[in-house]
Design a protein around this ligand. Structure first.
Ligand code: PEP
Ligand code: MG
Length: 888
């Protein structure tokens, strides 16, 4: 059977349904679904995403028979509408819109009012009795079509429109008369002819195919390509094309068009939230051309009347639809509607994009409302998204100099230097500067700059403007529609209402939750972790199997980690303690000592300090497991560098500066990452590890004996490549530990284990497990050594690899599952062969990255360990892993 490429919806009948999202795109599937559940949807048909793929596969040609299939569906549409496409008396007009599987707001193209020409416009006038509306639709059509399909610079016609308004002494498009608009149509067509050297097409059939080609073509336009890259959307998904009968929001003041969210997308509050414009069409609301009016009376701040007041019957119907949609989709919806002569039509519904704050609140509320289960609520929040909630917001007690207020479009706080273009934002971010992007309004061309900026401020546009929607999707703070500022791109400055001037490079602060714009940098406070967030995390903990620990070196880090729900410390890097100002001299003395005695003398100075460090950690963790890694980095990292430091140390050590300098030079390594580091230090200078083990065990014994703690310290030996290394060090460590225990009389157990961070360790894990009671996969070093990629130098070329798609992503961020991950899998399997109950964890950066965490769950690790701020993300990702496994 021939492949079906076109699906009809309308008049209560549908060939597709909501489940066919992959084939019909989000918009097409939902138009079919809304039609099926009896909502008022203008009829139409969808050309499938498969057709898009076919189109590109065949060098931009359509399969045979498509023309006929489209013609058949058009005939069916004409029948449903009782109008004919191209009919001089009663013409059917069409909208042609893209719609891919994943929503890509504003990324692709749309053509409205298609089918108009000098003849059909007369039919439209006769049918509607409204010449102004007909000419307005016609001039809109030429503007959109010449831009989207013919590739003409849209400013050329926009300028003519502006000139006309100026000439007529009016501000708004709606103030132009029918005659003004008729004249505009003529001037527009002339301009097209003059600019492109060809006529604006008058044949409706040609117009339709032009628009279909353009929408399929827009799938590969640069901004769609960029958006897909940023959002990991594969190019072969393709877009669908929706051809739908036009309904008109621009026929007069009993007409309107609007967009709404069934709940507040910024805060998650369960209240209808949206904007509309009277006597307007399609993109007017999002384009920020006129100031939109609120949907409900409660949001009317006295400036403009709400839909509830202006069109109460339509408002009631819309409220009903809001509830029908939420009950049906069981999620917050983002809708578009048009009112034509008091008749309401639904043009789109989709799951609404929302801030992290709103995602959490909506998920929790919907469980309490009985709409979804706790499991669904947990799966509704993306782990990475939580990041937005875990970062500081403005300190409410801080002084702030508010210079303007706009709309609170996307929450969070951001400070930075002002830049006025996406290019400047990107440049500055590359130099490590924090910037705030200030624009009159944003468009899809600005995406890369928005990505690079800390926050976004726009002078125009509402809560559903491009800037607002995109910033919320990115989790970036945004203040939109800040009418109080005057932006002057040429002078690279903006002026507030009092006349104060802000130049490029001046620092401002934005509060995306209040809409305030402040002069200078305003301090921030830590996030709130109770309320809805706390509730959701409680559910998260019910479903996950993986434990989550933190990488923490100080009692302070440990306290933050505990607040975020860490269940232990998976990695304490002891070297960080060696850098403290009061001990670095002793550390240097130890490293540069001539003999064992000298080393021991210096170490005895460090011992009490180390013991204090571990006491603090154990106290903070209150009996939760703590893994302490013995010294790992190459010794020369601790050495004095400047002449002054050398002189100072020489005096303490009672040697000449020259002798000391020689020793320092002697310790220099060509390739320190593969050099004298990790367990190799413990083997050549055993006194260092002895001291550390003694400090760990003395701290633990003190707390066990004096404060009844139950502690089982986990002593971890780094960078083991051969079992003999571990055997030697383990014997020595347990001898020291046992001595301490015996001396103290405490009843205490301890574990000795190792990091698996070299390929050889993973491959011989069955041998290593003879000597190790636990493994912790150090995937930072394991990535470095598996790829043969220097952690310190990869920044110079790795981004290029990712850009050129030689690698799907940075393997230091996302675990390379097929390579490095395979070694982890082998390590687990072989470790368990020898010691079935061996405790397994991961402490590389990947322990806080959701896709890597899901991988760790599948391997059956006991825990992941990550930086304190990522602990909630890891908890949520672990719950996702468990729930997804169940689903599968
Ligand atoms: C690792 O290598 O993954 C690890 C956790 O250790 P470090 O980053 O300290 O080398
Ligand atoms: Mg390491």
């Amino acid at each position: 059977m021939a492949v079906k490429y076109v699906y009809f919806f309308g008049a209560g009948q549908t060939e597709g349904n909501g489940g066919m999202r992959n084939l019909l795109g989000g918009k097409g599937a939902n138009l079919a679904e809304m039609t099926a559940i009896g909502l008022p949807v203008p009829p139409g048909f969808t050309l499938t995403t498969e057709l898009c793929t076919e189109f590109y596969r065949n060098n931009r040609h359509y399969p045979e028979g498509l023309q006929q299939e489209v013609a058949d569906h058009l005939a069916r549409l004409e029948q449903a509408m009782e109008k004919k496409f191209g009919d001089p008396d009663n013409p059917l007009l069409l909208s042609v819109r893209s719609g891919s599987r994943a929503s890509m707001p504003g990324m692709m193209d749309t053509v409205l009012n298609l089918g108009l020409n000098d003849v059909t416009v007369q039919g439209l006038i006769a049918g509607s009795g409204n010449p102004r509306f007909a000419w307005d639709s016609y001039r809109r059509f030429i503007q959109m079509y010449s831009d989207v399909v013919m590739g003409m610079d849209s400013d050329l016609l926009e300028d003519i429109l502006e000139q006309t308004k100026e000439l007529r002494g009016v501000k708004l498009d709606t103030e132009l008369t029918a005659e003004d608009l008729r004249q505009l149509v003529i001037r527009f067509k002339n301009k097209v002819q003059e600019t492109l050297g060809r006529q604006f097409p008058s044949d409706p059939e040609e117009q339709l195919w032009g628009a279909i080609n353009a929408v399929f073509g827009s799938w590969m336009n640069p901004r769609a390509v960029t958006y897909r890259k940023l959002n990991n959307i594969p190019a072969d998904w393709g877009t669908a094309v929706n051809v739908q009968a036009m309904v008109f929001g621009n026929m007069g003041n009993d007409c309107a068009t609007g967009v709404a969210f069934t709940r507040n997308p910024s805060t998650g509050e369960n209240r209808f939230f949206g904007e509309f414009l009277l006597n307007a069409q399609g993109e007017d609301v999002v384009a920020g051309i006129r100031t939109p009016q609120p949907i409900d009376k409660a949001s009317n701040d006295g400036h403009l009347p709400s839909l509830e007041e202006v069109m109460p019957a339509c408002y009631e119907q819309l409220l009903q639809i809001r509830s029908t949609l939420e009950q049906h989709y069981r999620d917050m919806q983002d809708i578009e509607f048009t009112i034509e002569k008091d008749h309401l039509y639904m043009l789109q519904t989709r799951n609404g994009k929302r801030t992290a704050k709103a995602a959490v609140k909506i998920a929790v509320d919907m469980v309490l409302e009985g709409l979804i289960s706790k499991q669904e609520a947990v799966l509704r929040v993306a782990p990475e998204q939580l990041d937005q909630l875990l970062h500081p917001s403005l300190d409410p007690k801080a002084d702030k100099d508010v210079v303007a207020t706009g709309l609170p479009a996307s929450p969070g706080a951001a400070s930075g230097e002002i830049v006025f273009s996406a290019e400047d934002a990107e440049e500055a971010a590359k130099l490590g500067l924090k910037v705030v992007l200030v624009r009159i309004e944003t468009s899809p061309e600005d995406i890369h700059g928005m990505h690079a900026a800390q926050g976004i401020l726009t002078a125009r546009g509402g809560m559903t403007s491009h800037a607002a929607v995109v910033a919320r999707g990115m989790g970036k703070c945004c203040v939109a529609g800040c009418g109080g500022i005057k932006v002057d791109y040429k002078a690279q400055q903006f002026t507030d209402e009092s006349g104060q001037v802000f130049k490029r490079g001046d620092v401002i602060t934005l509060d995306g939750s209040t809409g305030e714009v402040m002069k200078g940098l305003v301090p921030t406070v830590e996030p709130e972790l109770t309320g809805d967030f706390g509730q959701l995390m409680e559910w998260v903990d019910e479903f996950r199997r993986l434990r989550v620990r933190a990488n923490a070196d100080t009692p302070n880090d440990a306290a933050v980690a505990r607040q975020f729900g860490a269940e232990g410390i998976g990695l304490c890097r002891t070297e960080h303690m060696f850098f403290e100002a009061d001990r670095i001299m002793a550390v240097r003395e130890m490293i540069l000592a001539d003999d064992v005695e000298g080393r021991k003398r210096a170490l005895s100075k460090i011992l009490p300090m180390q013991k204090g460090d571990f006491l603090g950690l154990f106290q903070e963790m209150k009996g939760l497991p703590v893994t302490i890694r013995l010294l790992d980095p190459p010794l020369h990292e601790f050495l004095p560098h400047t002449r002054r430091e050398i002189d100072e140390l020489a005096a303490v050590m009672n040697v000449s500066a020259e002798v000391l300098q020689q020793k320092v030079d002697h310790l220099h390594e060509v390739n320190p990452m593969l050099g004298h580091r990790g367990c190799r230090l413990g083997i050549t200078f055993p006194e260092i590890y002895d001291m550390q083990v003694q400090a760990i065990m003395e701290a633990a014994c003190t707390l066990v004996r004096e404060e009844n703690y139950e502690i089982v310290p986990e002593i971890m030996i780094p960078l083991v490549g051969h079992v003999n290394e571990l055997k030697l060090l383990r014997n020595r460590a347990s001898r020291v530990a046992d001595e301490v225990v015996l001396r103290s009389g405490a009843k205490i157990d301890y574990l000795i284990g190792t990091m698996i961070e070299l390929p050889r360790a993973a491959l011989t894990a069955h041998e290593i497990a003879e000597e190790a009671e636990f493994f912790s996969f150090g995937t930072n070093d394991l990535t470095q050594t598996t790829f043969g990629l220097s952690r310190d130098d990869a920044g110079k070329f790795l981004p290029f690899y990712v850009q050129r798609e030689l690698l799907p992503c940075d393997p230091f961020v996302m675990l390379d599952q097929s390579g490095v991950g395979e070694l982890v899998r082998i390590g687990c399997e072989k470790g368990r062969q020898t010691r079935p109950n061996i405790k397994l964890g991961i402490c590389g950066e990947h322990g806080g990255e959701p896709s890597s965490i899901i991988f760790c769950h599948r391997l059956g690790l006991d825990y992941v360990s990550c930086s304190p701020y990522r602990v909630p993300i890891a908890r949520l990702a672990a719950a996702h892993a468990a729930l997804l496994e169940k689903k599968a």
